[in-house]
Every structure is written in structure tokens, then in C-alpha cells.
Design a protein around this ligand. Structure first.
Ligand code: AHR
Length: 359
């Protein structure tokens, strides 16, 4: 992990630690968050009490998502935030939700570490009459138990990576070559991992000359990515493509490749990554990562708007809400990729693209 920890300064390791009215200063280039309560009625409104059970602080993406939630659910925006960083422990996360119910919050927001294990506590929230929103990763439970979900189409991200690799290899005259692919997966059982693997595997299955050597869990961390890459380098002599399911894992894989004296990116093994955070795109610009598929961390403002609607007595009709995402490449050689019925433009990373990056 590069600058992530330094950037936030507010990451909490202990579950149960509560933030009340923590306000981060807005950074330049940060996108507009949910609209603030007008100055004149700020002190007349009662704060809306929101409990947010966050995954952890494993990646730069996660830090950006936490920053956005802190900023969105701030006192100046009319919220009192109870925040728990579950440190990637599903049990801690479920207990956090239980504690929100006990504390009688008005709304609960969950970014579920893994898809499974939620039914009981979700039913408890429903019985207590507390509306639940799910963000980023998906949850595997009865849809009636939450109001709405806002997040990424992880399967579509995996498919886009597969479609880009197909186009890239064809462009390099390697369309019929045997291609050995090593995958560094994200947290096992998270919908981000499940979706990205499923989407990319669809392409592997359709190409007889693509061979998946291995897929191991790198826990969405730089150290995990490095550990798994070291294992792959010990085990496999010939790796053509390394698929890292987030930027932090890609940095770990790059560290391992550098130490082993192996060439990667523009010069060697193709590196595919997901998230497209600022430092990830900087590596795309440098040619260390060949292509990066965005995962948008800014879902909290959508939830805040939905909460305000509910508070006004309006209905939330759309349950599943995908956030727009883009695809980035180092070389300016693929204009667009076709994934099923979608045509997606590839954005070649330049300094201008990088400087506009919000996270
Ligand atoms: O759920 C989103 C994933 O979780 C992001 O790809 C990763 O960086 C994060 O930790």
C-alpha cells in the first residue's frame, strides 16, 4: 500500500469505536457529495443517526470509500455517524450491525465483507424497524431485508478485463499463442472476488489457448499480492499474464517481480488490475500496469440521498443500483472493447487523466 494510510489518518482498527460528527476537509478534485442541509435550517433539524459497518482498511480503494462515507454522513450534512471498521472479520461486522440495532440508529449501512452469514442479523434489523442499505459488495439474503444496494457490477468488470486482454493480444499478433494466466484473487467469498473471477473466467473458458495456471487469495492487500506472486514465481516458469483483483495486489505483484528480476507491464508479463485508484493509474501511465478496470468507491452519497428521500416519506423503488465505471489502458492501441451487448471505450491514461482523478 502506498499513500493510503497517510491520506486518511482516520482509520479505526477497533470495532465498536464510534465516530460522532467527524468531518474531513474536502480535498481538491473531490467529487460533490450528497447535498448539505441549507445553512439556515442546519440547527433546527435533528441529526439522522446512521450506523456504518465498513469492511476494513485493506486497500487504497477502501480508504477512499471510508473518506467519502465520513464526508457524506457528516454533521454538516445532517448526520450522526456511528462507524465501525470490521478489519475484514465477518464476525466483528455482524456484531457491529447488532450493536447499531441496540443503539437504535435510524439507518444501517453495510459494506459486507463476504456475501454469506447475514440472514439472522438482517432479520433482527427488520424486526427492529431499522432500514438497511447495502453498498459496494453484495449480500446474499432475502431482498426484502434491505432497502437498496448501490455498488459495482463486479462480473462486468471481470468480463471487461477478459475482453480487453483478447483485443490486446490480437493487436500484438498473439491471438493464437498459448497464454498462461495467473490470478491473484481478492478476499475469498466477497462479491468483488466472486464477480471478477466469474466474469474473467467466462473469457478463459471461451479461449482454448488461454490456460489459467492458478488463482489464490491475495486478500486485496499489497502484502497478500506479493506473497501470492512469490509463490507463483517459485512454481511457474512461464507466466504471460497476471490478473490482480485490485491495485494493492498489483503493487505487491510488481514488488515480487522486481525482486525476482522479472519483466512486467509494457516490458514483459501483462499486468491487469482493478480499482483504478490514483496510484494505480499512475502505474498505468508508467506502463507498469497494462490495463486497470475501475471500481467506484463513491456510493455513500447515493445512500445519503436515498435516506433523505425516506425521511421525507418518499419511496425508494429501485433496489439494485450500479454505479458507472470506466476502463483504462497504458498503450493507445485499443479504442473500445465489446462485452456481450456493451461497447466500452478504453481510456488511455495521460497526465490529464491522472490529474483529474478524484481518489
Ligand atoms: O469491494 C471492493 C474491493 O474491495 C476493491 O476492489 C478493493 O480494493 C477493496 O478492498
Amino acid at each position: 500500500m502506498r499513500s493510503a494510510f497517510l491520506r486518511t489518518g482516520l482509520v479505526l482498527l477497533l470495532a465498536g469505536i464510534i465516530f460522532s460528527g467527524c468531518i474531513n476537509e474536502k480535498k481538491p478534485n473531490e467529487p460533490v457529495t450528497a447535498s448539505a442541509i441549507p445553512e439556515d435550517n442546519k440547527y433546527n433539524e435533528e441529526l439522522i443517526k446512521v450506523g456504518f459497518a465498513q469492511v476494513g482498511h485493506e486497500s487504497d480503494w477502501r480508504i477512499a470509500a471510508t473518506d467519502s462515507a465520513m464526508d457524506t454522513f457528516s454533521e454538516k450534512n445532517g448526520f450522526e455517524l456511528l462507524y465501525v471498521d470490521a478489519n475484514n472479520d465477518p464476525e466483528v461486522q455482524v456484531n457491529a450491525v447488532r450493536s447499531f440495532i441496540e443503539q437504535k440508529v435510524d439507518y444501517i449501512v453495510i459494506d459486507p465483507i463476504v456475501t454469506k452469514g447475514w440472514n439472522s442479523v438482517m432479520k433482527e434489523a427488520k424486526e427492529a424497524g431499522i432500514p438497511v442499505f447495502v453498498i459496494d459488495r453484495m449480500i446474499d439474503c432475502d431482498e426484502d431485508l434491505y432497502v437498496a444496494w448501490f455498488g459495482s457490477d463486479f462480473k462486468a468488470e471481470g468480463e471487461a478485463a477478459g475482453a480487453w486482454l483478447e483485443a490486446y493480444l490480437a493487436n500484438k499478433g498473439r491471438g493464437n499463442d498459448d497464454i498462461n494466466i495467473a490470478v491473484i484473487a481478492g478476499t475469498d467469498g466477497s462479491s468483488a472476488q466472486i464477480g471478477r473471477s466469474e466474469g474473467f473466467d467466462k473469457y478463459i473458458a471461451s479461449k482454448p489457448n488461454w490456460n489459467k495456471l492458478d488463482e489464490k487469495d491475495g486478500e486485496f492487500t499489497q502484502s497478500g499480492g506479493k506473497r501470492v506472486m512469490n509463490e507463483y514465481l517459485e512454481k511457474y516458469d512461464d507466466i504471460d499474464v497476471i490478473v490482480c483483483q485490485n491495485d494493492n495486489e498489483a503493487w505487491g505483484a510488481i514488488d515480487a517481480m522486481k525482486t525476482a528480476g522479472k519483466e512486467f507491464g509494457r516490458e514483459g508479463a501483462v499486468i491487469i488490475s482493478f480499482d483504478a485508484v490514483y496510484d494505480g493509474l499512475a502505474d498505468v501511465l508508467d506502463g507498469n500496469i497494462n490495463a486497470d478496470f475501475e471500481c467506484n468507491p463513491l456510493s455513500a452519497p447515493y445512500v445519503a440521498d436515498a435516506i433523505r428521500k425516506l425521511d421525507r416519506g418518499e419511496q425508494i423503488t429501485k433496489k439494485i443500483n450500479y454505479i458507472d465505471e470506466a476502463c483504462f489502458q497504458h498503450e493507445d492501441n485499443i479504442n473500445s472493447i465489446v462485452c456481450g451487448r456493451r461497447t466500452i471505450d478504453m481510456i488511455t491514461v495521460t497526465w490529464d487523466v491522472l490529474l483529474e482523478r478524484a481518489y
